[in-house]
Design a protein around this ligand. Structure first.
Ligand SMILES: [Zn+2]
Length: 462
């Protein structure tokens, strides 16, 4: 008690603090940076960009934070090599027999060229106007941290206990196809034991006031067509040269491309709703020390295409078109398709998550978003691909969602950033979504569990 009288009054301490702080803006900046922002920035500072992602450091960062939240169970799994960990965090529900809810994010990111950025892509620079610059700020380190921040708040501040078990997965290698990440996880015994009923995976930023939600991805195909023909002197005109055969195919393919693109330009379809075809390479000619032999028609030519199929297109029909029109054998042509991931689920159905009353999770998810003060835009097909396709292949309803509105779409771009206010609002939105999904006790009469390839229907009794 007596010691107190030797200390200066509190008002003096505050005044001193104000005068001693470097500048008014500096002190404002410090106040703007509560725990969640500094934890997010620390995560962004870990370089998990390909080709040498530091997965161990990312897993350590997430594990250290998760360990501060009571009751969370933390596991690191290795399905391939020791340098590709997969982190699984579990928040046990009060009724662990109910199908669980999984929140997924990937640990890796695409590379960044520091010289083309305003601020170093791994410095997590916070600008005076509240923007955090960093590779992965939007894709998708934001959601990885937001999941945990939301759970921390629900658990510690609100003492909330979920009914259903909640899992978070942090997977490697999404940006290079996911084949050593999520594709391995969904095939594992560990995944079966999670008994996942619904998945939320990454989405994309929205430039307006509504959040975007994705119910399907397009499937990428790498298509290479080859033509062969008689070689001949450059001066001779004859039918069926390799080059002529390829050019005929090129015309047909480019016409197909134009028809699809016209639908988009006319506003009749979104980019992600049509089949996109883009030529990416052509290989032809007979090389000479100075370039190409000019008086010789080559006997072999080939061209490569990036083809993206929306889930509404049956892959067999597309293959038929390629075989009959794009690379017909009667025109001395052959083709090769490399499918980048599944296109139909284990039942032979398109990889689409229902966004109507047939999927009870849909309305529970939407309700969570709305309770968090958000509004969803019209559900979309993602023009590119995410790990969601591996869960959809297992027949598990999966939506793509990243709560970033009024934000430019900067994934994979230079100067990727996220505003602190958007990031913090996202945590609030996830609090409501996690609450809504994990407390869902409705009579899910059609809740379906996949077990050894067989369908097991069971009724949940409340
Ligand atoms: Zn991503």
């Amino acid at each position: 008690m007596s010691n107190r009288h030797h200390l200066p009054p509190i008002s003096v301490v505050i005044l001193l603090a104000v005068f001693l702080s470097p500048s008014p803006t500096e002190s404002v900046k410090t106040n703007l940076e509560p725990g969640p922002i500094s934890r997010f920035r620390d995560y962004l500072r870990i370089n998990t960009a390909h080709p040498t992602p530091d997965y161990a450091a990312a897993v350590n960062h997430l594990t250290a934070f998760a360990a501060t939240i009571p009751t969370l169970q933390i596991r690191t799994l290795y399905f391939t090599t020791p340098d590709k960990p997969l982190l699984l965090i579990t928040w046990p529900g009060s009724n662990p027999s109910l199908p669980s809810v999984l929140f997924n994010s990937h640990l890796d990111s695409v590379p960044a060229e520091p010289s083309k950025w305003l601020h170093h892509p791994f410095a997590a620079h916070l600008s005076d106007d509240g923007k955090i610059y960093g590779r992965g700020a939007q894709d998708d380190k934001c959601i990885g941290m937001q999941y945990l921040e939301a759970i921390k708040h629900l658990k510690i501040n609100l003492d909330y206990t979920p009914l259903r078990t909640v899992h978070i997965s942090y997977v490697p290698d999404e940006e290079i196809g996911g084949f050593n990440g999520m594709a391995k996880l969904v095939e594992s015994d560990e995944f079966k034991e999670l008994n996942v009923g619904f998945v939320l995976d990454e989405g994309q930023a929205s430039v307006n006031d509504e959040f975007r939600v994705f119910y399907s991805d397009r499937t990428p195909w790498n298509l290479v067509i080859k033509a062969t023909g008689m070689p001949g002197h450059g001066s001779r005109m004859y039918d069926n040269s390799a080059m002529e055969n390829l050019m005929k195919s090129m015309e047909i393919i480019m016409k197909f491309r134009e028809n699809n693109f016209d639908l988009v330009k006319a506003g009749l379809a979104a980019n992600s709703e049509v089949i996109s075809v883009n030529p990416v390479f052509m290989k032809a000619g007979t090389e000479s020390p100075t370039g190409f032999v000019m008086n010789m028609q080559p006997s072999e030519v080939e061209a490569g295409f990036d083809v993206r199929l929306p889930p509404t297109v049956h892959p067999d029909l597309m293959k038929r078109r390629i075989e009959d029109e794009w690379a017909p054998s009667w025109r001395n042509m052959s083709y090769e398709i490399t499918e980048k991931g599944p296109i139909l689920d284990y039942m032979g159905r398109p990889l689409i998550t229902a966004i109507d009353d047939s999927n009870p999770w849909w309305s529970v998810f939407r309700q969570g978003v709305e309770e968090g003060g958000g509004k969803l835009g019209k559900p979309e097909i993602l023009p590119s691909t995410t790990d969601a396709r591996f869960m959809r292949e297992k027949g598990i309803p999966t939506l793509g969602f990243s709560p970033m509105k009024n934000t430019p779409i900067l994934l994979h771009d230079h100067n990727e950033f996220l505003e602190t206010s958007v990031y913090l609002e996202g945590i609030k939105v996830y609090e409501h979504i996690i609450r809504s999904l994990s407390s869902f006790d409705g009579l899910l009469k059609d809740e379906i569990k996949v077990e050894d390839g067989a369908l097991l229907m069971y009724i949940i009794n409340n």
